[in-house]
Design a protein around this ligand. Structure first.
Ligand code: ZN
Length: 68
């Protein structure tokens, strides 16, 4: 899974945040506070999700073009 779950510190307790990361180049989308929002963000950005070696990989737009 390439939507990383990170702890964000700054309040009394850390919030869990979700950061979509391209599995090819490491590009990141802005932090989301809900997993489904993070998934939606990848779709809106034109990222593709596919299964490689039984794992979900997220591919950003730039890396999709590299594959053609
Ligand atoms: Zn990429």
């Amino acid at each position: 899974m390439s939507i990383e779950c990170k702890a964000e510190y700054g309040g009394m307790y850390g919030n869990m945040v979700f950061v979509p990361v391209c599995d090819v180049c490491g590009a990141e989308l802005p932090v989301e506070y809900d997993f489904m929002d993070a998934v939606r963000a990848t779709e809106e950005a034109g990222w593709k999700s596919r299964i490689v070696d039984n794992e979900w990989r997220d591919i950003c737009v730039d890396c999709q073009e590299d594959e053609r």
